[in-house]
Design a protein around this ligand. Sequence first.
Ligand SMILES: Cc1ncc(C[n+]2csc(CCOP(=O)(O)OP(=O)(O)O)c2C)c(N)n1
Ligand code: SF4
Length: 265
Amino acid sequence: MSNRGINDMDNAIFRRPDIMPDRATHFCPGCGHGITQRLIGEVLDDLRLRDKAICVGSIGCTVTSYLYYDVDGTEAPHGRAPAVATAIKRCHPDLHPFAIQGDGDLASIGMAEIVHAAARGENITIIFANNANYGMTGGQLAPTTLVGMYTSSTIAGRKEDRHGFPIRVSEMLATLDGPAYISRVSLHNPANVRKARKAIEIAFRAPLEGLGMGFVEVLSMCPINWKVEPVNAPQWIVDNMIPQYPLGEFKCKPEVEELKKAVRG
Ligand SMILES: Cc1ncc(C[n+]2csc(CCOP(=O)(O)OP(=O)(O)O)c2C)c(N)n1
Ligand code: SF4
């Protein structure tokens, strides 16, 4: 039997991205955030961004994202990552700030920041982890919570007449002229994880070329607050989230179509 694995570096067929230190994440079992962080790590390696990337930590379960990359990092107040990333990019155009924002962070308290940063066409990368709830604080209603979905603050389920309707952030931002690339992907199976990896790479390449914001919404598992077993959480995305949040590209400037030719996968 082969001993090949992550500890056999000569023969490894799958290993941690070089830019990710050998550190366990703090995420719950089955959480999507670890997958997203890894995909970003692969892109940082492939684009050789170790000395250029700045990870802007954003409030929520991805608050300490910067601990998982060997790059410089900073912390933004709740929802303000696009504003902090804007400041970094404008003061240091040679650097490349990126953030992983939750749906509470980005679509609730930080809605103004993301809308205006997108409208300005800031050359930053935003990865939007949509898990349909406020994960870190115990699973409260988020702007993305599905109609009928039980959360700790909608114990009888989200009702349209009382709590309003979920917001499709990607579609909304795609109405703006500033962003270079906007897409929604999902982590529910390996084929879609590979598509997510590709989208994330495009969302880094586009602002690096000065074409405007790269934005990827990732439908991401939060089994603990959805109250489903981790093994069933991917199917929960398929059954519940994709009908409300269809996958696909919502914005792709013609210049970005050219860039895509360089992206593997
Ligand atoms: C100004 C402010 N209000 C409230 C909080 C409390 N808080 C911390 S994390 C969080 C929710 C984060 O949820 P989300 O952005 O969806 O990310 P997730 O944890 O699901 O990844 C809240 C409300 C805070 N830190 N700052
Ligand atoms: S609470 Fe949800 S989003 Fe946060 S780490 Fe756990 S599974 Fe992930």
